[in-house]
Design a protein around this ligand. Structure first.
Ligand code: UD1
Length: 440
């Protein structure tokens, strides 16, 4: 939902303290879609009240599900017995791309699904051809009528599916549909992101027989009866990454209590290469910031590579590091939109197609910036914590789509982030030149 909410981010002291992260938004969304596969009462724990989760609640309710979301304790109750519909209206589908994830479960439960094309962050063309081609391969008939994608099948067939690219959404959608298909479905070049593996865990708890083999093979013995479950969602590695970077960029020291290091190995390695100290313990992941961090280069890749969703936040940290960093975005072709906003704050970045070259500067300055997607909003807030003066960020609906109360957690660690309403006052960017003139 687009609002006139905006965020005022003050330059922060060194952040310090301990916080926990919610369950991963991307795991919650697909897990919620998977409830269509069985009939009964599900309970999910540590569910963030991010807007995308609220959209998915509306989507499932529009199909007939009864849902109660205890937002104080972050517990989500879904009764899927009452789901009787298989048509998802465009108003809901357009709000987020993850809505495509109900296609496989609806096909499994009803043998049909009618969905409008999904929306979501504008970070590239984001086609859904892998989903469609492979449902067709499994025997579904797919047509396009009055802006609805109509998918139907009397009986899906088990197949060996080869994905051209390890797409997270296509792997999840095909895996969920395959749980209903008698016989063996094999997904080759499957995505193995922690959120995909959490879905595997959920489906296995429900009664599915699924085996994950290296490198990137998922085998589903389908046709088993699935039952409702209780499940605690895997901790959000992207929220954990944001909080660790907030400590790094302010020169502080922060512990993320329930974060799982093995979900974010390459990211943690890059933080260490910058000079930060990472400690893993029973108490979670702690980052002690190095006071003169070095720039590091990286390129994004499917798991276990550097996650595309941490590219923008990690770029924020490079803007103030010593030396040059080369960042290459290989997953989405249009995911450097945040560069323009970082430049407004004094960052020195050159872009060549999907590569950004960042030359670290000594200081950045608060400016009026616009968040263009979820992770861009995170990057801008991080730079705001380190930039002189105040940063005003609009486009907060993106921040709300991805995170619940992240600004409150940052404030708990010592940041000063305020949410305001109405038309934001413009910030005059105080560049080095302007700062010198003002000092005269
Ligand atoms: C999911 C995550 C998103 C993350 C992304 C990559 C959710 C809700 N979102 O998105 O946060 O950034 O994984 O880790 O889990 N592609 C095609 N055809 C398809 C499907 C994908 O060409 O049918 C391409 C995409 O355009 C993209 C690449 O494959 O270039 C990866 O996309 P994919 O892994 O499918 O991302 P999502 O599942 O949409």
């Amino acid at each position: 939902m687009i609002t006139n909410e905006h965020m005022l981010i003050e330059q922060s002291e060194k952040l310090s303290g301990e916080v926990s992260v919610f369950g991963a938004k991307n795991a919650v969304l697909v897990t919620m879609a998977s409830t269509i596969l069985a009939s009964g009462k599900f309970i999910f724990y540590n569910v963030p009240a991010s807007t995308d989760v609220l959209y998915m609640i509306s989507l499932l309710e529009s199909l007939g599900a009864h849902i109660i979301f205890n937002r104080i304790e972050n517990i989500l109750y879904i009764n899927s017995s009452s789901i009787t519909l298989w048509r998802v209206c465009p108003e809901i589908m357009k709000k987020m791309r993850a809505s495509i994830l109900v296609m496989g479960p609806l096909l499994a439960r009803f043998g049909k699904a009618e969905i409008a094309l999904p929306g979501g962050c504008v970070i590239g063309a984001r086609p859904i051809d892998y989903h469609i081609k492979n449902f067709e391969k499994m025997g579904a008939i797919i047509g396009n009528e009055h802006n609805y994608l109509k998918v139907s099948s009397n009986r899906l067939q088990p197949q060996t599916i080869v994905l051209e690219y390890p797409s997270v959404g296509a792997t999840e959608n095909i895996m969920m549909a395959a749980t209903s298909v008698k016989g063996t479905t094999k997904i080759i070049n499957a995505a193995l992101e922690p959120e995909v593996l959490d879905l595997v865990k959920v489906l296995k708890k429900m009664g599915a027989i699924i085996e994950v083999q290296a490198p990137g093979i998922i085998i589903i013995q389908g046709g088993k009866y699935l039952s409702p479950i209780e499940h605690e969602i895997v901790p959000d590695r992207l929220e954990a990454g944001a909080l660790l970077l907030a400590a790094a960029i302010t020169g502080g020291s922060v512990t993320i209590k329930n974060a799982r290091a093995h979900d974010m190995d390459v990211f943690l390695l890059k933080l260490e290469q910058m000079g930060h100290t990472i400690q893993l313990g029973q108490n979670g992941i702690t980052l002690h910031a190095c006071q003169d961090p070095k720039a590091v280069s990286f390129k994004t890749a499917p798991y276990p590579g550097f996650p595309t969703d941490l590219q923008a936040p990690m770029m924020a940290a490079q803007c103030l590091a010593q030396g040059k960093a080369v960042i290459e975005e290989t997953v989405f072709e249009n995911r450097l939109v945040h560069v323009r906003e970082l430049q407004k704050m004094g960052a020195q970045i050159e872009v060549y197609h999907t590569k950004a070259i960042i030359t670290g500067v000594d200081e950045l300055y608060g400016a009026s910036v616009i968040a263009s997607d979820i992770r861009a909003s995170c990057a801008l807030a991080l730079v705001g914590l380190a930039a002189k003066g105040i940063t005003i960020m609009t486009g907060i609906h993106h921040w709300r789509r991805g995170y619940e109360l992240l600004e409150t957690k940052l404030n708990h660690l010592g940041a000063n982030i305020q949410v305001a309403y109405g038309k934001p006052m413009p910030v005059i960017q105080k560049t080095n030149r302007l700062a010198k003139e003002l000092e005269r």
